[in-house]
Ligand binder design. Structure first.
Ligand SMILES: O=c1[nH]cnc2c1ncn2[C@@H]1O[C@H](CO)[C@@H](O)[C@H]1O
Length: 533
């Protein structure tokens, strides 16, 4: 064989090998607009990436002696933020955010600050907080009725503080022991309980099982602050506004209805699930209206709710949640997009055990002509063929519209084929998977396997309040620096597809995509102009 024909055969082999990927198929590429500008911008971004692979990601520092692109997020976050590449990723129009737990979408500091504005917000601890207990005792929060009599203690650090006594959050904060840092020490104590830090993820709880104990507890702390009508309203608004700032134009928020009611403004615990959905709907409309009136209508098309509860309830209990979801869909047909079960999959009830109730629900929806698709979490595990990994079979048999995580999906060639054929998209949460210890870094993540096999993927942030990956930029960034094939073009295809695989109605989808197309062209233009001048 001549050298020339070897080179030709080699190029043909590579092209053939890549041909399943969405970003090498003309139908997806054509949708991104004029090839010349797409390629030009893609080339520019590749150059920045290559330069920074040397100038940033190969430079060992005392703090990061093992530095590399796609390395563990919590250690790399500051470095990521300092790069030119990240600046461009921030500006990328990202389409839809399809996998995010609403109760973990805003910066924990925002939640604490917002809840502290409410005089009814109280805090307690199970024991007096001092040097010995501060690291191992979580704060607990609750909004109380207006006439509630707080305990006489000024803070949870008072020497005579009796475990379990409620104090107003502001008194507890202002009077937090100076030895423990005063008000700032209070904030540190609370924020640490709502976030995962690098030491926890990579040293103290460095296995999937261990990190879930910390991860699960962050929700318990946040819930007390969040599940109060006025705080909830501001939180949802902040979530939408910060998503828009990050280039996200549509979200499907997984909203947890595990607590059947939350606290009303007056402190009574009877704010129903329907009232919560109405509140979220109002905020969505308010934000949409504001964006339109600012002439920024292209930046936000709306949001929907995926109704969730937690997968440790019994089948009998599940029935209540399914009934509630059914009735919410009847009342708010445009807002409710689907149903899902969440929580640690490795220890949770497998879908198979809920099967009779889930099938019954499907039949009932069909008879009533209501469309409430399942959008299940499945395969968020290291298993292969065990009862947890097997959730993937049930999710697909139950007609799941998308798969949340699907981390173990690549162990199932036939299921991957079905996902391709039925266009079941995989909601991949790179940073979540890494922090929850399914993978040690991005280059070891199965995402490239999914992409190379032609699956549709919706990159998602999952729980940015806990992980610190607010918006979608950090997840997009980690993906971009971890594969040579993946480029700006890939991210463009993923962003555009995220709108097409969403639960928007066809007409809304068309509009959303047209808006995205305009922003994508403007984005390409900005990249090209910046580097041509
Ligand atoms: O990645 C995840 N997989 C499964 N469950 C999750 C994940 N992230 C959050 N939650 C669960 O969702 C609820 C909050 O909405 C929490 O109970 C949390 O455990």
């Amino acid at each position: 064989m001549s050298l020339a024909s070897y080179q030709t055969a080699r190029q043909a082999l590579i092209t053939e090998d890549r041909s399943l990927r969405l970003d090498s198929q003309s139908q997806y590429l054509d949708a991104l607009g004029p090839t010349e500008s797409v390629q030009k911008a893609d080339g520019i971004i590749r150059k920045i990436r290559a330069t920074e692979a040397e100038s940033v990601w190969s430079k060992e520092t005392e703090r990061i002696p093992h530095i590399f692109p796609g390395m563990e997020f919590l250690t790399a976050k500051e470095t990521i933020q300092s790069t030119e590449l990240f600046k461009w990723v921030r500006k990328l129009p990202k389409g839809a955010l399809l996998h995010a737990h609403m109760d973990a979408t805003c910066d924990a500091e925002f939640l604490l600050r917002t809840a502290s504005e409410e005089p009814q917000m109280h805090v307690r601890a199970s024991v007096q907080i001092n040097r010995e207990t501060v690291g191992s005792t979580m704060p607990e929060f609750q909004a109380m009725p207006i006439d509630f009599q707080a305990s006489p203690y000024r803070s949870v650090t008072n020497p005579d503080y009796e475990g379990g006594a409620w104090i107003t959050i502001n008194s507890a904060r202002d009077n937090f022991s100076p030895e423990l840092g005063g008000a700032e020490g209070f904030d540190d104590w609370v924020l640490a309980a709502m976030r995962i830090d690098p030491e926890e993820a990579y040293v103290k709880y460095n296995t999937s099982k261990k990190i879930w104990t910390k991860f699960g507890s962050t929700f318990v702390v946040a819930r007390g602050l969040l599940e109060f009508e006025p705080v909830l309203r501001k939180y949802v608004r902040q979530f939408l506004l910060t998503s828009i700032e990050d280039g996200i134009s549509y979200v499907e928020m997984r909203t947890n209805f595990f607590n059947k009611t939350v606290i009303r403004s007056d402190g009574s615990d009877n704010f129903s699930s329907a009232e919560r959905v109405r509140l979220i709907g109002e905020v969505i409309e308010e934000v949409r209206g504001e964006m339109n009136s600012q002439g920024r209508g292209d930046e936000f098309v709306g949001a929907k709710i995926i109704n969730i509860t937690i997968r440790f309830i019994s089948s009998e209990e599940l029935e209540w949640y399914l009934d509630d979801c059914f009735s919410l869909k009847q009342q708010f047909p445009d807002l409710i997009a689907g149903f899902d079960l969440v929580g640690q999959e490795d220890t949770g009830v497998p879908l198979l055990e809920y099967l009779p109730k889930l099938l019954e629900f499907q039949n009932r929806c069909q008879e009533a002509g209501l469309s409430i698709p399942f959008i299940f979490h499945a395969g968020e595990t290291l298993g292969d063929g065990d009862r947890v990994d097997n959730n993937l079979y049930d999710a697909i048999l139950l007609g799941t519209r998308r798969i949340g995580h699907g981390f173990s999906l690549v162990k199932h060639p036939h299921l991957m084929k079905l996902c391709r054929e039925r266009k079941i998209a995989i909601e991949v949460c790179p940073i979540s998977n890494e922090i929850l210890r399914l993978t040690s870094s991005m280059p070891a993540h199965p995402l490239p396997i999914m992409l190379n096999h032609g699956l549709t993927v919706a990159l998602s942030s999952d729980d940015p309040a806990v992980f610190g990956n607010l918006g979608l930029s950090f997840d997009y960034f980690q993906v971009l620096v971890s594969s040579e094939v993946t480029g700006l073009t890939t991210l463009g295809v993923l962003a555009r597809e995220s709108l097409l695989i969403s639960e928007l109605e066809d007409k809304q989808k068309e509009k959303a995509v047209a808006k995205w197309d305009r922003r994508w062209q403007a984005f390409l233009k900005e990249i090209i102009q910046t580097f041509e001048s």
